[in-house]
Ligand binder design. Structure first.
Ligand code: ADP
Length: 482
C-alpha cells in the first residue's frame, strides 16, 4: 500500500480509544474489487465487543456533552483539516477497497470532510426558544439537548461521506457514537477514526466496530443504552433494523433505497440533459441511492436524446480506478453484476432494445459495460427496482400527467430529476413529484448545506444542512411558575 502516512491503514477496530482485535481472534478479509487482490483483514467482532463500545460511549457522554459547543466545533474543525491534509491517502484507500476512480474518491473525501466543518459550525447555533406563556404566572422555554449514545451502520458505496454525515452532526450535538462500517470498506472508516483521535475527539466518543453485520447490528439495536440508530443502506435491512429498534422505542434515521426517475421534457436543453444523465446515472458506476434509475424521455426529443447519450457513454473509460483517466471502476461484487444482468435480460425479454453495452466488460472480474436500453416497457423490473449499476433504461412518454404518474408509481421517494425550461412546468412538476429531493436541470444534488433524505420507503430524517443536526437533538420543554 503506497500511502504517505502508513498509519492511516489500520487493520484493527477502534474501541474506547484503543486499537483492538476480536476477542476470538477472528478476522474478515478485504479485497480490492478491481483486481480481486487481498488488501488485508479486519477483526470480525460480535456482541461482546459491540457492548464494550456502547458502554464506552456511555462513559464518554457526560464529559463530551458538557463541553461548550465551540470546543466541540474546534475539534471537528481540526478533524476536517486533517481529512483534507490527508486527502490523497484517504482517496487511495477508498479506491483500493471500493473501486471508484481516484478523482471520485478525492471528491468524496472533500465532500465527507465538509460535513465535519459544517456541523461544527452548526453546533454553535443550537438555539432554544422562549414561548409566550399561556397563563400570567408561567414562563415557557424550550432547550435542545443531545439524544445521548447513538449507533450508526453505514454502506460501502460512500465509505467516508456516509460516516461523517452521521458522526458530524452527532458529535456536534454532544452525542457519542458507535459505528459499524460496511465490511467491504472498513479501511476508510478506520482511517477516519485515526484522524478523529489526532483531532482531539476523546476516547469512547466515537468507536468503530468491524465485523458480523447481524451480531454487531443486533447489539446496536437491542442494547437499551443506545438511544438512536442512524442507518444508510437497503430498504430491506432498514425495515428490519427499524423493527428491532421498536422494542426500546429508539429513534431512527434511515437513508434507504431509491428508484430515481430522470425526466427529459421536449423543452429541455438536450445537451445539458445528456450531461446530467451521464453523471447522475454512471457516477460511482451507478452505485448511489440517488442515481437515475429510470430515464423518461418525451416523444419529441426521444431519438435525439438516445443518440447524444449513446455518444456520451462511449467516452466513459472503464478500468482500475487507480489508473489515470479512468471514469468508471468495477462493481462492488458478483451479486451486483448479477442484478444488472437480471434487469437487462428482463427488459429485453419484454421488448426493450440494447443500444450500448449489455454484458460484463472484457476486463473481467466485476467490470461491466455501461449499458443503454431503449423502448423499455413500463412493466420491466427496472421500472420498480433499483439496479445499482451502469444500466440506463429509457422509457418514452407523451405528456406531463403520464410521466408524473409513472414517476410516483413506486414505493420509493428519495431523489428525482427533470429537465425543462417552461417555468410553469418547472413548478408543477417539482411540486407533484413525491420525492425528498428534486434536481431541476441538474444531475448532481448532494452537498453539505442542503437537506438530503427521502419520503415513503426511502427513509426517515434528513442529513446535512441546518436540519441535519435536529436528528441528534431532543426538544425539552421547561414550564416555569413565577
Ligand atoms: P447494500 O445492499 O448497499 O450492501 P445493506 O443494507 O445490505 O446495503 O448494507 C448496508 C449496511 O448494513 C452494511 O454496513 C451492512 O453490513 C449492514 N447490514 C447488513 N445486514 C445487516 C443486518 N442484518 N443487521 C445490521 N446491519 C446489517
Amino acid at each position: 500500500m503506497q500511502l504517505k502516512d502508513s498509519s492511516l491503514f489500520r487493520q484493527q477496530a477502534y474501541i474506547d480509544g484503543a486499537w483492538v482485535d476480536a476477542d476470538n481472534g477472528q478476522t474478515l478479509k478485504v479485497n480490492n474489487p478491481a483486481t480481486g487482490e487481498l488488501i488485508g483483514s479486519v477483526p470480525k467482532m460480535g456482541v461482546a465487543e459491540t457492548r464494550r463500545a456502547i458502554e464506552a460511549a456511555e462513559r464518554a457522554l457526560p464529559a463530551w456533552r458538557a463541553l461548550t459547543a465551540k470546543d466541540r466545533a474546534n475539534r471537528l474543525r481540526r478533524w476536517f483539516e486533517l481529512m483534507m491534509q490527508n486527502q490523497e491517502d484517504l482517496a487511495r484507500l477508498m479506491t483500493l477497497e471500493q473501486g471508484k476512480p481516484l478523482v471520485e474518491s478525492r471528491g468524496e473525501i472533500a465532500y465527507a470532510a465538509s460535513f465535519l466543518e459544517w456541523f461544527g459550525e452548526e453546533a454553535k447555533r443550537v438555539y432554544g426558544d422562549m414561548i409566550p406563556g399561556h397563563q400570567p404566572d408561567k414562563r415557557l422555554m424550550v432547550i435542545k439537548q443531545p439524544i445521548g449514545v447513538t449507533a450508526a451502520i453505514t454502506p460501502w458505496n460512500f465509505p467516508s461521506a456516509m460516516i461523517t454525515r452521521k458522526a458530524g452532526p452527532a458529535l456536534a450535538a454532544g452525542c457519542t457514537m458507535v459505528l459499524k462500517p460496511a465490511s467491504q470498506t472498513p479501511y476508510s472508516a478506520l482511517a477516519l477514526a485515526e484522524l478523529a483521535e489526532r483531532a482531539g475527539i476523546p476516547k469512547g466518543v466515537l468507536s468503530v466496530v468491524t465485523g458480523s453485520a447481524g451480531e454487531v447490528g443486533g447489539e446496536l439495536t437491542s442494547n437499551p443504552i443506545v438511544r438512536k440508530l442512524t442507518f444508510t443502506g437497503s430498504t430491506e435491512i432498514g425495515r428490519q433494523l427499524m423493527a428491532e429498534c421498536a422494542k426500546d422505542i429508539k429513534k431512527v434515521s434511515l437513508e434507504l433505497g431509491g428508484n430515481a426517475p430522470f425526466i427529459v421534457f421536449d423543452d429541455a436543453d438536450l445537451d445539458a440533459a445528456v450531461e446530467g444523465a451521464l453523471v447522475s446515472k454512471y457516477r460511482n458506476n451507478g452505485q448511489t441511492c440517488v442515481c437515475a434509475n429510470r430515464l423518461y424521455v418525451q416523444d419529441g426529443v426521444y431519438d435525439a436524446f438516445v443518440d447524444k447519450l449513446t455518444a456520451a457513454v462511449a467516452r466513459l473509460k472503464i478500468g482500475n480506478g487507480l489508473e489515470d483517466g479512468i471514469t468508471t471502476g468495477p462493481l462492488i461484487d458478483a451479486k451486483a453484476v448479477a442484478k444488472v444482468q437480471e434487469h437487462i435480460e428482463d427488459a429485453v425479454a419484454k421488448g426493450a432494445r440494447l443500444v450500448a453495452g449489455g454484458k460484463p466488460h472484457a476486463l473481467g472480474g466485476t467490470f461491466f459495460e455501461p449499458t443503454i436500453l431503449v423502448d423499455v416497457p413500463n412493466n420491466a423490473a427496472v421500472a420498480r427496482e433499483e439496479t445499482f449499476g451502469p444500466l440506463a433504461p429509457l422509457f418514452r412518454f407523451k405528456d406531463e400527467a403520464e410521466v408524473i404518474a409513472c414517476s410516483n408509481d413506486t414505493e420509493y421517494g428519495l431523489a428525482a430529476y427533470f429537465y425543462a425550461r417552461d417555468l410553469g412546468r418547472v413548478f408543477r412538476v417539482a411540486e407533484a413529484l413525491e420525492y425528498g429531493i428534486v434536481g431541476i436541470n441538474t444531475g448532481i444534488i448532494s452537498n453539505e448545506v442542503a437537506p438530503f433524505g427521502g419520503v415513503k420507503a426511502s427513509g426517515l430524517g434528513r442529513e446535512g444542512s441546518k436540519y441535519g443536526i435536529d436528528d441528534y437533538l431532543e426538544i425539552k420543554y421547561l414550564c416555569l411558575g413565577v
